[in-house]
Design a protein around this ligand. Structure first.
Ligand SMILES: [Zn+2]
Length: 296
């Protein structure tokens, strides 16, 4: 079988316009893909309507275009993929790998396990008289390890970290962990480049890939931009949106954040020219291998 070519992706959730933190993830994943002559796909993670801002998905796509971050293929919207998630869920339920859970958040808290770990109450069947609210995936008391291209070896024991975790929530929404694994496989993603805030989701995703006999992509978790008080730059911390009228200087700022020296005169060039230079300059060995850096 020929070695699969590189297919990367950027997967924002449309809870607001693109901000500096998400531009860093977009640029890092884009350059890593283009430097290897790979494809770069965009996927909208619009699974959670109450958290979304109307118009944000289109706004993000327009901003990416303005910044010269042109994607391959059609954009996938998770809100239109429910059938695929449901099919996988049913397969896991039929195989006994997933099960319905009746527990409320309060009951799980009352069980008193550290970190709110699920105590396994419904593992061997629902308690008498109770109905399933959510669907959980069984985990094992064993270590799951992978080598992140930047963060190095990472290891987690899901039983000690979270316990059997949720695939479909009590409100009927599909969990991020399920959707991301199903979609990465459906799109043939070979390399995941994203923010280090998602590092502790990775073991759950690898476990789910294994239950579904899916290939494991490569991982590179980029440093995350934080504010001087240590809070992650995100829509939730009211990070200002990137200015679509100033694409190249902000691309330059994002690339400097990722440890690359950028000649100042390049800031005057159109984004496409800048990105062409950046694709050749891209060197993952320059990335700062820390989880969070203050954004200046
Ligand atoms: Zn339960």
């Amino acid at each position: 079988m020929p070695h699969p070519r590189y297919i990367g992706r950027f997967a924002p959730s449309p809870s607001g316009p693109l901000h500096f933190g998400s531009l860093v993830a977009a640029l890092g994943s884009f350059l890593d893909a283009r430097a290897r002559n790979g494809e770069w796909l965009v996927r909208m993670e619009d699974l959670d309507p109450p958290r979304e801002m109307p118009g944000a998905a289109d706004d993000i796509l327009r901003t990416l275009e303005r910044f010269g971050l042109h994607h391959d293929r059609e954009v996938i919207y998770q809100s239109r993929r429910h059938e695929a998630y449901q099919a996988v869920l049913e397969r896991l339920l039929d195989a006994g790998l997933a099960y319905p859970c009746a527990c409320t958040r309060r009951e799980i808290r009352a069980a008193g396990l550290p970190g709110g770990i699920y105590p396994g109450t419904c593992r061997n069947g629902l308690p008498t008289g109770r109905e399933g609210r959510s669907i959980r995936l069984r985990v094992e008391n064993s270590r799951i390890g992978f080598r992140d291209r930047l963060q190095g070896p990472v290891e987690e024991n899901l039983a000690q970290q979270c316990g059997d975790f949720i695939l479909r929530r009590a409100d009927g929404l599909y969990a991020y962990q399920l959707a991301v694994v199903v979609d990465d496989a459906a799109q043939g993603i070979t390399d995941i480049v994203r923010g280090a805030d998602l590092l502790d989701s990775t073991a759950r995703q690898i476990w789910l890939q294994r239950q579904l006999d899916l290939p494991m992509p490569g991982y590179l978790h980029l440093p995350v931009a934080v504010k001087p008080d240590g809070a992650k730059l995100s829509k939730q911390t009211f990070a200002p949106p990137v200015d679509p009228k100033q694409p190249t200087p902000q691309l330059a700022r994002a690339l400097r954040f990722l440890g690359h020296a950028v000649p100042e005169e390049l800031e005057q060039s159109p984004p496409i020219e800048f990105l062409d230079w950046a694709r050749k300059a891209w060197n993952p060995a320059r990335l700062p291998a820390v989880a969070a850096i203050e954004a200046r």
